[in-house]
Structure formats: structure tokens, C-alpha cells
Design a protein around this ligand. Structure first.
Ligand code: PMV
Length: 305
């Protein structure tokens, strides 16, 4: 038996960091870039389960996350581990805000459960990947695993039922990578320190981010792209105040706005990783080029529909 399963990347459009404190956030899948896991049972009896990740950098937390994923899958299903080799691959850059960790674990869990002919339902898979996310992030809000497992735009509030958003009018995003790796765990920890040491300044920033996310949901549902762009740029200014932007992110965001983007912001943990710009289909190419000229390491476009 040879089977493959995949999972998409994701981009957070509104509410990162505030979502950790129970505020709403909005994320969409990026289906064009994916992680995959391919399982091959053509191995000798007693071979055991071997997970190989040739493209992922050797790192303790990657190994821990992969083996935890396998253990949780077989614990949930109550079946023994099959004899097989699994190759895990990913087109999603690591530690750059596109959900690489959650996508890799999701693809792996899918292929393992398919191998024993017990595909996990989405809710069980989501809960399982959330446990694995703790290895990468420490205190994840759960938004990454949710948008990746369901592969649908999501309005997410921690510990609340999942709400999928209807897209009033399809919109185009250009996503640009600063090329800087930035562990989410660190930026989340720094925001927590800020909230503890300067609550009077920090709490209102989180509250304003929540108001923006609410307004953005309405703009997405009603297809108001101009308003959505303004809201993205306002969200970015608040993220700057939370100290999670970087010179490189700000440079790319300015470049996108100067080239005609409707709005732009950092996406994910920040301090590096990716930014996202809302563009019209006609301006996408020009804005992508402007981002490359401004030093982006890689640029992709995606249609949210
Ligand atoms: O850096 P990413 O893509 O894993 O996104 C993290 C989003 C945060 O809100 C900063 C943290 C979280 O757990 O939601």
C-alpha cells in the first residue's frame, strides 16, 4: 500500500496575538502551498513505523512533534502502529507564520489514520493537532490547527465553537516572506510580558484589535474590499505597538501600500516571517514585483473564495 495525505498552509488576516487572550481572529487556508505525508507499507515484518522528514531541518521539536502526532493518532484509534515508512515533506517555510508545523502534523495524522483504515473526523483531528501545536508554541490559541484541519476561512475565538466565514466576494492576497525566521513562542512570550508589565497601555491595544477583527468579518461577508484593506493596515499599526513587527516587515508593508495594495499587515507571530497584502486581481503582479524589489525572499498570491 502506498498512500499520501496533505494539508494546506494558512495565513492569519486579523487578530494574531490578541487571539491568545480570548479575542477573535480571522484566518484563511492557503491551499496552493502544502505539506504532504506519503506512507509505504512495502517493508519487512517487524520493521516498525519510521517517519522520515528529509526537507525539514533536523530539530528536536520537529522530531518531538512528529512522534507525538503518531502516538496520539494510534492512542485515539486504539490500533497498533503499522509497519511502514512515512516520508513527510513541506512546501511551507518553517517558522514564518504560515502554519508549517500544524500542516505537517495534519498531513502525517491523516496518512497514518488512513493507513489503518480509520480516517479521523475533523473535530478529533483538530483536537489532536492542537496538542501537537503545544510542542511548537507552548501556549497556542488553536487558530492554526483549526484553519488548517478544516481548510476553510475561520472566525476563531479560543474555546468557542468554530465559526466558518462566508466570503461575500472572492479576494486576492499577496503574501511576502521577509526570509527572517521568527519563533512564535518568543513573540508571544514578549507580548505576555508587555501585558503583565504595562497592562494600561497593552490591554486597549488588544481590545482595538478585537474591534478590528469584528469589523473585518463584516467586510469579508459583505465583500467590502476597500474597508477590509483599511482594517488590515490599522491592525498592523496595533501590532507595531505590541512590538511584534520588524524593520523588514515594515519595509515590505510600505512597499505593498505604495504599489497600490488596499491594505497590508504582518501575519502570524511577527518579528519576521510573512506579511500579507490585500490586492485587486489586476494589481497583484505589480505589487508582487514591488515586494520582490523591496527585498522579499519569496512572494505568493492566493485567491480566497
Ligand atoms: O506564527 P504563527 O503563524 O504560528 O501564528 C501565531 C499566531 C499567534 O496569535 C501569535 C499565536 C497563537 O497561538 O494564536
Amino acid at each position: 500500500m502506498f498512500i499520501t495525505a496533505t494539508a494546506p498552509a494558512k495565513v492569519i488576516l486579523f487578530g494574531e496575538h490578541a487571539v491568545v487572550y480570548g479575542k477573535p481572529a480571522i484566518a484563511v487556508p492557503v491551499s496552493g502551498i502544502r505539506a504532504s505525508a506519503s506512507l509505504d507499507t512495502h517493508v519487512p515484518d517487524g520493521h516498525g513505523l519510521r517517519i522520515i522528514a528529509p526537507d525539514l531541518e533536523p530539530a528536536r521539536d520537529v522530531d518531538d512533534a512528529l512522534s507525538l502526532t503518531a502516538r496520539l493518532v494510534f492512542d485515539a484509534l486504539g490500533t497498533p502502529l503499522p509497519d511502514a515508512n512515512v516520508v513527510v515533506q513541506s512546501q511551507i517555510p518553517i517558522a514564518s507564520g504560515l502554519g508549517s508545523g500544524a500542516a505537517v502534523s495534519t498531513a502525517l495524522a491523516r496518512v497514518l489514520s488512513a493507513a489503518v483504515d480509520c480516517p479521523l473526523d475533523l473535530a478529533t483531528l483538530n483536537a489532536l493537532i492542537y496538542e501537537v501545536e503545544k510542542v511548537h508554541h507552548g501556549t497556542p490559541s488553536g487558530i492554526d490547527n483549526t484553519v488548517i484541519v478544516y481548510e476553510r476561512p475561520v472566525y476563531f475565538v479560543r474555546e468557542c465553537p468554530i465559526e466558518h466565514i462566508a466570503i461575500g466576494m472572492p479576494f486576492t492576497l499577496v503574501i511576502a516572506d521577509t526570509g527572517q525566521r521568527a519563533p512564535t513562542r518568543e513573540s508571544v512570550g514578549d507580548v505576555r510580558k508587555l501585558l503583565e508589565t504595562q497592562p494600561e497601555q497593552t490591554q486597549p491595544i488588544l481590545d482595538s484589535i478585537a474591534e478590528i477583527a469584528e469589523a473585518a468579518r463584516f467586510a469579508i461577508e459583505t465583500g467590502n474590499a476597500v474597508e477590509l484593506g483599511h482594517l488590515m493596515s490599522s491592525n498592523h499599526q496595533l501590532l507595531q505597538k505590541l512590538t511584534v513587527s520588524s524593520t523588514e516587515l515594515d519595509t515590505l508593508i510600505k512597499a505593498a501600500e505604495s504599489a497600490g495594495a488596499l491594505g497590508a499587515k504582518l501575519s502570524g507571530g511577527g518579528r519576521g516571517g510573512n506579511m500579507v497584502a490585500l490586492v485587486t486581481p489586476e494589481s497583484a503582479k505589480t505589487i508582487a514585483q514591488a515586494l520582490m524589489d523591496a527585498g522579499a525572499y519569496r512572494v505568493i498570491s492566493t485567491l480566497v473564495s
